[in-house]
Design a protein around this ligand. Structure first.
Ligand SMILES: Cc1cc2nc3c(=O)[nH]c(=O)nc-3n(C[C@H](O)[C@H](O)[C@H](O)COP(=O)(O)OP(=O)(O)OC[C@H]3O[C@@H](n4cnc5c(N)ncnc54)[C@H](O)[C@@H]3O)c2cc1C
Length: 380
């Protein structure tokens, strides 16, 4: 569908990322997924293209501006490679950048942010714990003040980029129960008392790593407290809006890729004397898939427009997040069905996209939590 909000810069940006994906990602994505890694060079190449620079000041290697449409374009185009782990491996740092820029002590921010934004170093945000991720207010990792230090104890899990990152933004309890009482800390990988282990085999996102992080009397200088004590999590809640926008755009990119491959196959494959695409049942599948893609795309554009106007459309982002993961589930399943047995073989985009559905439906705010948040935001 034509996007009425497109302008020259956005069209040019899409073209740049699309041709990068075609040339530097798609030919290798399957192999990276199978081996469970992407070369670090990819982080640096995308960093040089400004991929991580939205909302980041130029002095830290950022673009010096933000644009929700371009953020969405970046995620959509990367997702079209079909191997979600590739996008996760490089984009994982995204959720820690704004907290570092806004809340880290100037000494820390000036020392580390540019390298992360340029893709030279990795960073991760650690909120989820083995005891749960949805109920953030109940997180158990503690940080106790001891003179000029805080001492962290506890663990985090499912942390994207956790095995490779040099820097971590960690949520830990400094105060009483609830969301107020959670502070954020900047932790470096070599800090004594910090260790990590990789998650075992996963359903998808193979090209990216997720880790469990351990804090055992891990002492960090008090200056590593990010923002106001006890109000760290509240200070980054808006950050999740950009993460959700990226996930919605990622769903859109994967849906478009699965649709493209299914249509291509349906044109070539013949059954009962005619191409699949001429069978009415298949035509209806294509119509349903296409309608869902259009709906997600139009909804996302309106959300981007609203964000561009300076609004914070939390309810719409929450609704679009679960709407797009449900749409992706449908499109991935129907695309697999159209490909038949060929879709079941490893190495094609549709097979991988089918495996990536659940991480999109669970990570970054699960479908259940998004529905709950949307209805609360509607004042009900
Ligand atoms: C591949 C991957 C990468 C991730 N990367 C990161 C990362 O970088 N950093 C990070 O901090 N976290 C990360 N996460 C964690 C992710 O945010 C959590 O998995 C998510 O928040 C859900 O938490 P949980 O898995 O502990 O499920 P739980 O919170 O235990 O919930 C289990 C199920 O119950 C549902 N549920 C929970 N409460 C309710 C309720 N009140 N009503 C109805 N249903 C409910 C949930 O929706 C979910 O379906 C990642 C997860 C995955 C899978």
């Amino acid at each position: 569908m034509k996007n009425p909000f497109d302008n020259q810069e956005r069209v040019a940006f899409r073209k740049t990322i699309r041709s990068f994906v075609e040339k530097d990602i798609r030919p290798y994505a399957f192999e990276w997924d199978e081996t469970g890694d992407v070369p670090w060079e990819l982080h640096e190449k995308l960093g040089a293209l400004g991929f991580f620079g939205f909302g980041i000041d130029e002095e830290y290697g950022g673009l010096g501006f933000d644009d929700p449409f371009m953020r969405a374009i970046a995620s959509e185009e990367i997702a079209k490679c079909g191997f979600g782990g590739v996008g996760a491996a490089i984009g994982g740092r995204g959720i820690s950048l704004d907290p570092i820029q806004r809340l880290a002590a100037p000494e820390i921010r000036d020392r580390v942010l540019k390298d992360i934004v340029l893709g030279k170093k990795g960073s991760s945000l650690g909120i989820t714990e083995p005891s749960g991720g949805s109920d953030v207010a109940s997180l158990k990792t503690t940080a106790k003040r001891d003179g000029n230090h805080f001492v962290l104890n506890g663990s985090k899990t499912f942390i994207t980029g956790g095995m490779k990152s040099d820097y971590f933004v960690i949520g830990a309890r400094t105060g009483g129960p609830g969301l107020t009482g959670i502070s954020l800390f900047f932790v470096e990988k070599d800090t004594p008392g910090f260790s990590r282990t990789p998650l075992s085999k996963k359903m998808g996102w193979w090209a990216s790593d997720q880790a469990t992080l351990y804090f055992e009397d891990c002492r960090v200088p008090a200056t590593n407290l990010m923002g106001q004590e006890d109000y760290g999590f509240l200070a980054i809640m808006n950050n999740f809006n950009n993460e959700r926008l990226s996930l919605i755009a990622g769903c859109l990119g994967m849906m478009k890729a699965a649709f493209e491959d299914a249509v291509e196959w349906a044109k070539q494959r013949e059954t009962f004397g005619k191409p699949l695409i001429k069978h009415q049942v298949i035509r209806h599948k294509i119509a349903d898939m296409s309608a869902k893609i259009d709906a997600v795309e139009s909804y996302m554009h309106m959300i981007c427009w609203s964000m561009e106007q300076g609004q914070t459309p939390v309810a719409e982002l929450s609704k679009a997040k679960f709407f797009s993961t449900k749409a992706l589930e449908f499109v991935a399943s129907e695309a697999m069905q159209i490909l038949g047995g060929a879709g079941y073989l490893r190495g094609n985009r549709v097979e991988c996209i089918y495996r990536e559905v659940k991480v999109m439906a669970i990570g970054g705010g699960s479908e259940e939590i998004m529905r709950d948040l949307a209805v609360r935001q509607m004042g009900l």
